[in-house]
Design a binder for this molecule. Structure first.
Ligand SMILES: [Zn+2]
Length: 328
């Protein structure tokens, strides 16, 4: 059968909340009203499909509507239960959610989230890079000049100071040093009440189950949310088996199921191990459209919410033009 539509648009979201009136208004989050405005746009320009339509299409070769668009939400936040889920339900659409085991099941905050909240709570987040250097200098054993040369550079979303701070605390420094720096800064800038912070931030198993019953789906997103391509063999195994545990706990499928590589970090070995565990569809953070019938289903690319307009007709969506060019 001839397929008119060969490109899938997948959108990736993280925090979605009424940001301006929240306790952390400087958090890098999508304002709830803008989420609704973006959905207005997406519903007018695209066909929002369910996770099941995507898996059916990839597994059985059934066609998808033209200009298909899948909504994905990473990291298992309370935001997704409180704000996203009711909005999607009111619009009769569903999404695909990815929650790490450590936060969902073990109720422990992820280091990546602690770092985000340190940045959101510090008066001058740009000063944190210098504060980190000073700490490492006092600790000894680190070549600050070399670290700056290798990691002090902007990325798609952050300036050099913030990107440097995040890189060092996500994967560059040794885990024990990373942990002690993060915990110290978190204590002084954010809160010492870890358990309240955790319950406020992460959705629960019961909430995940309720969201599934309403037609949403959950996929694997690691255990401690480590950079998979940089993890040791043991760490990578724990990330993948942790994902299996988390999905089993909420009744979501592993075999034939979905996986989102934390930080979009993957390589051939990561894809193979995730696939060997039974997962059949993997998501990256490559900001492009995915070729449905020629792409690798373990490497489905995703646009960030910031790559797309937030109001109907307010901006040109060149991604939509890219799907249109392929029709006919
Ligand atoms: Zn994540």
């Amino acid at each position: 059968m001839r397929q008119a539509n060969t490109k899938l648009t997948t959108v990736m979201y993280h925090y979605v909340r009424p940001l301006a009136v929240s306790s952390y208004p400087r958090l890098k989050a999508l304002e709830l009203a803008n989420f609704e405005a973006q959905l207005d746009y997406l519903q007018s320009a695209y066909n929002i499909i369910s996770p099941f339509e995507l898996s059916a299409s990839l597994m059985a070769g059934t066609p998808l509507p033209e200009k298909s668009c899948l909504l994905t939400f990473d990291d298992g936040y309370t935001d997704h239960y409180q704000h996203v889920y009711p909005v999607l339900a009111a619009r009769s659409v569903t999404g695909l959610f990815f929650a790490p085991k450590c936060s969902l099941i073990e109720r422990k905050p992820l280091e990546v989230n602690k770092v985000q909240f340190i940045l959101a709570s510090c008066e001058n987040p740009y000063s944190l890079a210098a504060e980190l250097d000073k700490y490492l200098l006092e600790l000894g054993g680190h070549d600050i000049k070399l670290l700056r040369e290798n990691y002090f550079a902007p990325n798609r979303f952050d300036g050099p100071e913030v990107a440097y701070f995040k890189r060092l605390l996500q994967h560059v420094l040794q885990p024990n040093i990373r942990r002690s720096v993060i915990d110290n800064l978190f204590n002084s800038y954010v809160t010492s009440d870890i358990s309240e912070f955790t319950e406020d931030l992460y959705l629960t198993v019961e909430q995940a189950k309720e969201m599934r019953e309403a037609g949403n789906e959950f996929g694997g997103h690691g255990s401690e949310h480590l950079w998979h391509a940089m993890a040791s063999e043991g760490e990578l195994n724990r990330e993948i088996t942790g994902s299996v545990d988390a999905l089993t706990e909420i009744g979501a499928p592993v075999s034939g199921g979905f996986y989102s590589y934390p930080f979009g970090s993957y390589d051939d070995n990561v894809c193979k191990l995730v696939s060997d565990a039974g997962f059949q569809i993997g998501f990256t953070v490559e900001p492009t459209l995915f070729s449905l019938f020629s792409g690798d289903r373990m490497r489905i690319s995703r646009l960030d919410t910031n790559d797309l307009p937030i109001k109907s007709g307010s901006q040109t969506d060149h991604w939509l033009s890219a799907t249109k060019l392929l029709e006919g």
